[in-house]
Design a protein. Structure first.
Length: 147
């Protein structure tokens, strides 16, 4: 099963059941953001997680099994995203990317933040001027090897 069809099928089941990514994460025993990355084809589940997902959403065996296939990570189009929310993250990197890089290098040295040993949390912070989106990236620092 292709990842696009898998995503469509799972999102339809999610909508039909009226549940959130957090609900699914709780049923599977994983974080809501990671579960969403699986559903959108960017991560893969272990067989027991796929079975729990399938049972919770009433998925057919083929769809549940497709969540265990290794993904083609970073498979979004290379063009600038048109969706306003995704574009804002692109814009943040365009405006603050070099700043973030400079501060990370100053604090840790020459290296990168892992996207493998990595997690994202997304929270909501109530604010009198409008609720705030709080996104936290948490990645292991990997220094560049010197030889």
């Amino acid at each position: 099963m292709c990842k696009t069809k898998m995503t469509e099928t799972i999102l339809a089941a999610k909508k039909a059941k009226g549940v959130t990514f957090a609900d699914i994460g709780e049923a599977v025993g994983c974080d809501k953001v990671w579960v969403a990355s699986v559903i959108y084809g960017q991560s893969s589940m272990l067989p027991d997680q796929a079975a729990a997902l399938g049972k919770y959403l009433g998925l057919d065996e083929e769809t549940a099994a497709a969540t265990t296939d290794f993904p083609m990570k970073g498979s979004l189009d290379a063009t600038v995203p048109a969706d306003p929310l995704i574009y804002r993250f692109h814009e943040i990197m365009q405006v603050y990317g070099t700043t973030m890089k400079a501060v990370i290098h100053e604090m840790f040295g020459d290296g990168i933040m892992s996207a493998i040993d990595f997690s994202i949390t997304i929270d909501k912070e109530e604010h009198p001027k409008g609720d705030r989106v709080v996104v936290t990236y948490n990645g292991k620092f990997l220094p560049y090897k010197k030889w």
